[in-house]
Design a protein around this ligand. Structure first.
Ligand code: ES4
Ligand code: ZN
Length: 330
């Protein structure tokens, strides 16, 4: 069997996926029509042609306005179900997925409709596809802090519907330490904590240091710049901190998939995982990300299996789900 077929058949885990980043052009048009939202495009080709970016900032300036088409609880459920269906078709058995509640609340959508809509899909995905999933609410680091505080207040009322809190969006001038008090509150409510330290951003090393030493994150999203600081690298290795890497996304944001450094980390025993980030925009779901890394860094079948073992180990799935997945991998 060739490696692409091996990868497609492999049971997989996805840990770095923004639900709003799975908004494919056809669903965007359907939701716009359903809700009477004028998005300025009327065909799939036009929507696709509007997806042009070469940096994190230029990507985000396309990504956030697209969310206007999401209005009702059913819209959020439909978006997440479309992703879970694609993931299940790629043999993703467990997924922990991000969403950006602040952006929706700022548009006048009730937090409850966002969380419950996405949670409806988690329940349906289990029933329809036999896959498990968890929701991670991200704080949007470049929006006003008061909004993040209000959203955390609200989210604590839904703590049984989510598994963790994350931090995403534009890193420039938005260090993780500014959100430390909110992560502490989330953790006290039993939630896990993960922070985006995107590749090659401004102050990358300082942001990694704050995430690891001050917030003491459970995982790092991207995080590959730890290789630049031997002390932080050692911390990640000894703690077994998971890194959720996204090669196809990296190529858009920085012009480099970072395949070499991801493979180097994997081979040195760091718990690296491979994920798709914003697949509707970057054009690759988890299988395509694994295939790209395999081609660029010459991964072996054993290394592909190791990536999935890493992913389930650093996931926040139940013991039962973890054991079931490891048995499937063997
Ligand atoms: C994101 Cl690529 C990326 N980086 C930071 N925040 C994000 N949210 C969605 N995609
Ligand atoms: Zn991300």
């Amino acid at each position: 069997m060739d490696l692409a077929a091996f990868t497609a058949a492999l049971p997989k885990v996805e840990l770095h996926l923004h639900l709003e980043g799975t908004l494919e052009p056809d669903l965007k048009l359907e939701l716009a029509r359903r809700n009477g939202v004028d998005i300025g495009q009327t065909t799939v080709e036009e929507v696709r042609a509007s997806y042009v970016f070469d940096s994190l900032a230029s990507f985000l300036s396309v990504y956030y306005p697209a969310m206007d088409v999401l209005v009702t609880r059913a819209d959020f459920r439909d978006l997440a179900m479309a992703y879970f269906a694609r993931a299940a078709a790629q043999n993703v058995r467990h997924a922990e997925v991000f969403f950006d509640p602040q952006v929706h609340v700022a548009r006048g959508v009730a937090l409850e409709d966002v969380v419950l809509g996405y949670h409806d899909a988690v329940v349906d995905a289990e029933r329809q596809f036999g896959m498990s999933a968890g929701l991670i609410a991200c704080l949007v680091r470049d929006l006003p802090l008061e909004g993040a505080e209000a959203v955390v207040d609200g989210l604590l009322g839904f703590a049984d519907r989510i598994v963790g809190i994350g931090l995403d969006s534009d890193e420039r001038g938005n260090p993780p330490a500014r959100f430390a008090h909110l992560f502490a509150r989330a953790r006290a409510a039993g939630l896990k904590v993960t922070v985006h330290c995107d590749v090659d951003q401004e102050d990358t090393t300082e942001h990694l240091r704050q995430a690891l030493e001050e917030i003491v994150v459970d995982r790092l999203d991207h995080g590959t710049n730890v290789v630049e600081d031997p002390r932080l690298l050692e911390l990640v290795r000894t703690r077994g901190t998971g890194l959720t890497c996204c090669p196809v996304s990296n190529a858009f944001v920085t012009g480099d998939s970072k395949a070499a450094v991801i493979a180097q980390l994997l081979r040195s025993g760091v718990r690296v995982t491979v994920n798709s980030d914003d697949p509707a925009y970057f054009g690759g779901y988890v299988t395509e990300n694994l295939v790209r890394l395999t081609q660029e860094a010459d991964l072996t079948p054993d290394e592909l299996v190791q990536l999935q073992r890493n992913a389930i180990e650093v996931s926040w799935a139940s013991g039962e789900v973890k054991e079931g997945f490891l048995a499937e991998l063997d």
